[in-house]
Ligand binder design. Structure first.
Ligand SMILES: [Zn+2]
Length: 450
């Protein structure tokens, strides 16, 4: 099983400098390759990564664009993996774009990466580095100190070095033997999980798991620091005599205090992401360790994020990340993850009698069933309905009619279960290390000045 361990690095100033240049090289090669790809595609050609890489190799030491002020090709100072890998990433981004488009899903072409707005990272192939206890031997920079040992035994498949705020990390992908990767479950429950806003997660047992407390405090500080930062940008704009949006290609003069402010803001964003990730890891481990089946809603996250009032709360809980973690941990614990169809009305069905309360409003935290008189907590009721989806489906493996007969739009009739609850067993995809090369959402979007 392919697992990945992200370890904090302790680089020297020279190593830091190299990392920044290598990441910048990877970004610049991506942009070059993407521009070329777009050009060929629009000219009616069918570009591919191999041909583009060959084309790039022909010019990379001779083209003036790729030489420094002394006329020296600067790619020679950067290890080859950093400028070869973007081609593979780009090819993957294109194929996922075409796949999505064929499937009729919303898709956009791969995008250009912008300094300070994209993930700073570069790749190192497995034969180019060596783990050595609390250090790693990297090409061009030598030994870099690590904050912890590599957690997994097994064959090392590759690594990437990336930056979050002002720290650098090494993510190592390891092919871990199954007997090591597999964990024993402690219990064999079946749990429905309602991911929500008032409590981060509500289990069908009635347990409500609140979002971590430091998050609220950090978010308050985030508002303060963002406000401070935007004032500085405004001041810089005023000094440059710009009204309205900043025209493309303009570089505002960057003051020292703006640089510091940007760094502080980026650090806080990183801390918030860490608190959130820690919480999600604990939650998903607990769910997989204690259950043979876990049911979650296949939420239409981007649709919900469009609802601005809910967006902050939802992005905070990190639905995508919870689902991603559940999926790879499920493989380790042998837990079955069930995704309820996004149209399954888990909140609106009475878990006691199956009656549908169609007019349930978003603000109603509790309600009473008109048919049987049961009094429901909104979230617990939803979690119980989700759990039912698994118990029903679990018995017959083909989903049984569960919960209710109400058919909602968007549900395939026929083989699927009645009640709008389409049950999908989840595919396990290991070691997804942002292979698309696309930007992740939010957390690293930080300093406007970097
Ligand atoms: Zn009822």
């Amino acid at each position: 099983m392919l697992l990945s361990h992200r370890i904090r690095l302790d680089p020297t100033p020279e190593q830091r400098d190299y990392f920044a240049r290598a990441a910048g090289t990877a970004r610049r090669v991506w942009n070059w390759a993407l521009a070329e790809w777009n050009r060929q595609l629009d000219a009616g050609l069918w570009p591919n990564a191999m041909a583009l890489k060959k084309q790039f190799n022909r010019i990379k030491y001779s083209d003036p664009d790729w030489q420094d002020t002394n006329g020296q090709p600067w790619l020679r100072t950067i290890h080859r993996d950093a400028h070869a890998q973007p081609f593979a990433h780009l090819a993957r981004a294109w194929s996922s774009y075409f796949e999505r488009r064929h499937a009729g899903q919303p898709a956009h072409r791969p995008r250009f990466k912008k300094k300070g707005r994209c993930r700073d990272a570069f790749y190192v192939a497995n034969d180019r580095f060596r783990m050595d206890g609390m250090a790693v031997e990297l090409p061009k920079v030598g030994r870099v100190a690590l904050r912890e040992h590599l957690r997994w035994p097994g064959r090392i498949m590759g690594a990437s070095v990336s930056r979050t705020a002002d720290h650098w990390y090494l993510a190592v992908q390891v092919e871990v033997p199954d007997n090591v990767a597999h964990r024993a479950r402690r219990e064999n429950g079946i749990t429905g999980v309602d991911l929500g806003v008032s409590a981060a997660a509500t289990l069908s047992s009635g347990d409500k798991i609140p979002a971590p407390r430091p998050l609220a405090a950090a978010l308050r500080r985030l508002r303060i620091r963002s406000r401070r930062q935007s004032r500085k940008v405004k001041a810089a704009k005023r000094a440059a005599g710009i009204e309205g949006p900043i025209p493309q290609g303009t570089r505002l003069p960057v003051s020292k205090s703006r640089t510091c402010g940007a760094r502080a803001l980026a650090r806080l964003h990183a801390r918030i992401a860490q608190v959130r990730r820690d919480f999600m890891h604990k939650l998903t481990t607990r769910l997989c360790r204690e259950n043979q089946a876990v049911v979650i809603e296949d939420l239409h996250v981007s649709g919900m994020l469009a609802n601005r009032r809910l967006a902050r709360a939802i992005a905070d809980v990190g639905f995508y990340e919870i689902r991603r973690q559940l999926q790879y941990k499920a493989a380790r614990y042998g837990t079955w993850i069930v995704l309820a169809d996004r149209w399954y009305p888990s909140s609106k069905l009475c878990s006691a009698c199956g009656e549908k309360y169609a007019s349930l409003a978003l603000g109603e935290r509790t309600w009473t069933c008109a048919a049987c008189g049961a009094h429901h907590d909104r979230d617990v009721n939803a979690a119980v309905n989700l759990q039912r989806l698994a118990t029903g489906a679990h018995v017959a493996r083909t989903a049984l009619p569960v919960a209710s007969q109400a058919v909602t739009p968007g549900t395939a009739a026929g083989d699927g279960p009645a009640g709008g609850g389409k049950v999908t067993s989840v595919r396990h995809e290991y070691g997804q290390q942002d292979g698309s090369g696309q930007e992740e959402i939010g957390e690293h979007l930080c300093a406007p000045s970097r």
